[in-house]
Design a protein around this ligand. Structure first.
Ligand code: NAD
Length: 304
């Protein structure tokens, strides 16, 4: 049986370090770091994420400032708000919650955020710094995954790593961070041929696809470490019966509640083949917020 990589416990460790960093600032007479969150529209999942971020900020002593805009907000209004936050010396980090409602250009908004306050690490300047292996604000999810792997003691040098997914926010930066640590990295995606064979080469498999249970146990090399970034809501019973065959408790929840959360990897099957696996929920999810707050502390330090 594989070890479960407990993301919640590691997030707690990361948050404690941030809390100590905030305390240290206060002891030096500096104000608490401040994170401005911009939430446009009424997407229920986004509201939950923003609430969770505010709670995490409160826990570590970071000031969180919320700006809510209506779903029919014009791009110019959003841009003006971002400009104001860029100019505000009391704000260290700016986060525009994605997805934005239709009609708003998320790239334009993200590119407008000052790179020094870009705590999501999505600005081209910060992405360029990552590409060059230089310090900068880096995307939270892959940064936190790297921190978890380091804590687990995984030696990345020379390791065969496969990253499934090539998004700007997870897949690509994750691949770059693994490369920086001297892993031999393959990025696989929706056009990759014979995905199972590619995945089977991996000593470290990172799945960031958004397809429930895509990765079967037979795709995993025995003894591999598996990081499952995907967060998917499954309501379809037929799908659930297929992907939860080795995870009867998930199937029970699906039947009882009509929906259940799962990752891109069939967790029950992975547990029988891999050496270590992150669960969903409780794996990468809690780490991402911890990464965001660590970035906010860094941005505050850089802003002085
Ligand atoms: P995305 O949709 O931007 O990118 C998905 C990637 O997967 C694409 O590069 C695509 O080529 C690839 N892909 C799609 N279908 C595929 C298939 N059948 N086979 C192989 N590759 C395929 O998604 P994203 O923003 O990178 O997020 C991926 C998943 O991670 C989602 O489930 C998302 O909810 C989750 N996520 C979780 C966290 C967290 O905090 N845990 C953070 C960000 C994203």
């Amino acid at each position: 049986m594989a070890t479960i990589l407990d993301g919640k416990a590691h997030a707690d460790r990361m948050l404690e370090l941030v809390r100590l960093g905030v305390e240290d600032r206060k002891a030096r007479g500096l104000r608490a770091p401040a994170l401005a969150v911009v939430l446009v529209g009424d997407d229920p999942a986004s509201h939950v994420y923003v609430r969770n971020k505010a709670a995490a900020c409160a826990r570590v002593g970071i000031t969180s400032i919320e700006h809510r805009l209506a779903a029919d907000t014009h791009q110019e209004v959003l841009d003006t708000l971002i400009d104001q936050l860029n100019a505000d010396s009391e704000v260290d980090g700016i986060l525009v919650q994605l997805p934005l409602p239709k009609g708003l250009d998320s790239k334009e908004a993200l590119h407008r955020i000052s790179p020094a306050k870009d705590v999501d690490g999505f600005h081209p300047m910060n992405q360029g710094l990552l590409l060059e292996g230089l310090p900068g604000l880096r995307p939270c999810t892959p940064t936190a995954c790297m921190s978890l792997l380091a804590h687990h003691g995984l030696q990345l040098k020379g390791l065969r790593a496969v990253v499934l997914g090539r998004s700007e926010i997870v897949g690509k930066p994750m691949a770059l961070m693994l490369l920086e640590q001297h892993a031999t990295v393959t990025i696989a995606h929706s056009r990759t041929q014979d995905l199972p064979s590619v995945c089977r080469e991996a000593d470290l498999l990172v799945a960031a696809v958004g397809r429930p249970g895509l990765v079967e146990g037979s795709w995993i090399k025995p003894g591999a470490v598996v990081v499952d970034v995907g967060i998917n809501r499954v309501e379809d019973l037929a799908l659930g019966e297929r992907i939860f065959a080795a995870e009867p408790r998930k199937l029970e929840v699906l039947k009882a509640k009509g929906a259940v959360l799962c990752g891109d990897v069939r967790f029950g099957e992975a547990m029988q083949v891999a050496s270590a696996v992150t669960p969903v929920p409780g794996g990468v999810g809690p780490l991402t917020i911890a990464g965001l707050l660590a970035n906010t502390l860094t941005a505050a330090g850089a802003g002085r």
